[in-house]
Design a protein around this ligand. Sequence first.
Ligand SMILES: [Zn+2]
Length: 463
Amino acid sequence: MILSQRKVIIFGLDAAPPELVFDKWLDYLPNIKHLVSNGISGKLESTIPAITCPAWASMVTSINPGKLGIYGFRNRINYDYEGLHFADSNTVKEETIWNILARHGKRPIIIGVPLTYPLKPVHNGLMISCFLTPDKNHQYTWPDGLKHEVERVSDGYILDVKDFRGVEKEQVLHTIYEMTKKRFKLTRHFIQNEDWDFLMMVEMGTDRIQHAFWRFFDNRHPEYLPGNKYENVIFDYYKYVDDEIGQTLALLDDDTLVLIVSDHGAMLMEGGICINEWLINNGYLKLVHYPDEVTQISKHLIDWNKTMVWGEGGYYGRLFFNVKGREPRGIIPKQNYEFLRNELITALEDQRDKKGRKINTRGFKPEDIYTECRNIPPDLIVYYGDLAWRSIGSVGHKTLWANENDTGADDANHSQHGIFVMSGDNGYHAERRDGLQIMDVTPTVLDRMGIDIPWQMEGKVIQ
Ligand SMILES: [Zn+2]
């Protein structure tokens, strides 16, 4: 294969759903529509779980979450009861697309790709770290000295919107626009002032605005009010992002390969299901005492000698088993482990809503969905209502059903499919592709840049 001189740019729009970008609003997004009309596009199936971490990491390594050993934002690091620990760039041991490109003498520029904090050296390239960066007092540019230029060009770079689930809607909205404006301005600055072969930027605003404002535009949401002042907030923001993309595309050579991708989609959230309340009601979990008010689950609250299973909250649910010889005070004999997992999957998948209707919950055994399970996988992964409901980990609700989540009001949950658009290849005209997987992105880009695809990659080249 001949090393191509062609440049590649990837615009990552976190959580951009195909139902909005392709089906509902494409005619109002002229720049994205132009790319779709002159390229390949389709729904991009995310990882299980369909969560920012691990999804972007799977995209940039073409390795599944089990083999990466990343099962969510937070992961178990020991078989004890100490709770979960945040994943970060140190958890990603596999080679990323920018490492591979740098190895081939290419110059990558990486802006805001999740799981790039703490920063690792980017040989031959530049990097701005992701939303996991605690604040700008921590190193967020590679090289470190680059931050002066970043601050000057962006007039105060914004890593993420803090408290996007908060009640200060005007403030959240303002900050989302500021953040996005600065990130695109910086992207264009690099395009014009740096030599580069590969540029990947991820905008978090799309995810943040959906979590904060979904109830105002989706008339199926129980709190939707027709004609409310935030009704068009998400739509207007997508038009704004499309315009920023358009301004950026105007700076590129005609033969630059352009991709727009998202790590997962978004959908209406029906509400929350209190995973630990359900375990208590069904005899799997015993508390030392049931709290009078809503309380985070913790090791001190659980009667470990009588507890078989406990759960974690999040956009999806996770169950952990208290196994004899594995957990410090485990009670499930190893020979009963599979029986119990099957019993729980059956019970969870049969769970009904308040009206007695099945909600289509799915339970996954990690070894069934991953080729390998590094680090400590959950014993079961649960998609409540196929992600229409989120998992609530706290206890004291005195009900299984909760409308607010543990960390503040939230209107949208993640969905399994994001978007894929690739334009710049000769001869494509509005071609839709089915069955695209998030792990296909990196092999496809390497292929188009004339670089051999490393053997460990699991995705296929999109043709
Ligand atoms: Zn995401």
